[in-house]
Design a protein around this ligand. Structure first.
Ligand SMILES: [Mg+2]
Length: 375
């Protein structure tokens, strides 16, 4: 089998109403975007991947940098091909949109490999990780991500909605300032009661001094984890927090490749690699293998479209130290309406798609309706 073409699709859709923001975008969003990658072969088989990159940037990297290295290659080659693509992206400091674009391509190659061999991506990943077939999870525990910077009354009804849907774990954005954050945490905890697993996410809002203070003030509210108190680059800050924290610290959605996670994972209590950002499934195998050696819990980050969600579920199905899956519940037709079969959720668990490759069939009419550019 040979690769004959690689295309990048930019998708965008307007939301029915503007959603409240988070620290890195306090004004909120009124649209969602996604970057999908389609890899075609001379067999007629086609693989789809998704990249976390800003679509206008990532699509150019796919077209101008990655595609010339991919056409004519064997899509089943695996790690040696990944290594050539990664080194082809540059000789130093290769992170950001470069690795995000590679992630989209890599996911598409795994989708192709699974289809070609008649195996699901989780079966393929399990073989690489020496996970016995009977240990592959078919459903995974998940938590609801939402509770952005909305007015408190709206947050309370949103949280009640998640509990009505059966979620036993929820996550709220903080980062508005310590006093306001604490007020929201206290109000939410009182409303949801003591039995709900409650996580908070600052999206890198704090200085080290403020993060230390915040961690101390979060302790009475039985917060399960305090996510991204600091920028992921601030390893010294994470090391200092780890010395004194009582609330678990989670981070990693902004980190890239095994080298980044090798440095970060010893400094946090939960690692959150994003398959559409960290280098794709090939690199994720290396990251979750290292996490298993370190005993570091993995809670995959996923905040983009349906292809990323499917790929992330396959990771959750096999990661030896998998803890819980992030199920973004904020409005996004690019996540919920892009596949012919909806993702199956019930009772705080998501089902891992079965069938060859990623196990999802894209609704191409829907996809093309939301496509704003193809390169
Ligand atoms: Mg987060």
């Amino acid at each position: 089998m040979k690769i004959t073409d690689v295309r990048a699709y930019t998708l965008a859709c307007r939301l029915p109403r503007k959603m409240g923001g988070a620290f890195r975008n306090p004004a909120g969003w009124d649209s969602r975007q996604a970057l999908l990658v389609r890899v075609e072969t001379n067999t007629g088989l086609v693989g789809w991947g998704e990249s976390f990159a800003v679509p206008s940037v990532g699509s150019v990297i796919v077209r101008d940098v990655l595609k010339p290295m991919l056409v004519g290659q064997d899509p089943l080659e695996g790690e040696p091909l990944w290594d050539r693509l990664y080194f082809g992206l540059g000789y130093g400091g290769v992170k950001g949109a470069m690795v995000e674009a590679l992630s989209g391509v890599d996911i598409a190659l795994w989708d192709l490999k699974g289809q070609f061999l008649g195996k699901s991506v989780s079966q393929l990943l399990a073989e690489d990780l020496d996970v016995p077939a009977q240990h592959i999870r078919r459903r995974v525990d998940c938590y609801a991500t939402g509770l952005y910077y909305e007015p408190l009354a709206d947050l309370l009804s949103e949280a009640r909605g998640y509990l009505d849907e059966g979620f036993r774990a929820i996550k709220m954005k903080i980062g508005l300032g310590e006093d306001e954050d604490l007020c929201r945490v206290r109000t939410l905890r009182e409303a949801i009661g003591p039995d709900v697993n409650f996580k908070v996410d600052a999206n890198c809002a704090y200085t080290l001094a403020a993060a230390r203070e915040m961690e101390r003030r979060l302790r009475p509210f039985d917060v399960d984890w305090f996510e991204e108190p600091l920028r992921v680059e601030d390893l010294g800050g994470y090391a200092a927090l780890k010395q004194e924290r009582e609330v678990r610290i989670a981070s990693g959605e902004g980190e890239y490749c095994r080298w980044g996670f090798d440095a970060l994972m010893p400094l946090v209590d939960v690692a959150q690699p994003d398959v559409a950002r960290c280098g794709g499934l090939t690199e994720m195998v290396r990251i979750v293998r290292r996490a298993a050696e370190l005993g570091c819990p993995i809670a995959p980050h996923a905040w983009t479209g349906a292809v990323c969600l499917a790929a992330s579920l396959h990771v959750a199905a096999v990661a030896p130290t998998f803890e819980i899956f992030e199920y973004d519940r904020t409005p996004s037709p690019l996540r919920d309406a892009l596949t012919r079969e909806p993702f199956r959720y019930s009772d705080s668990m998501l089902s891992v798609p079965q069938g060859p490759g990623l196990g999802v069939e894209l609704d191409l009419d829907m996809l093309l309706r939301h496509t704003t550019a193809v390169v």
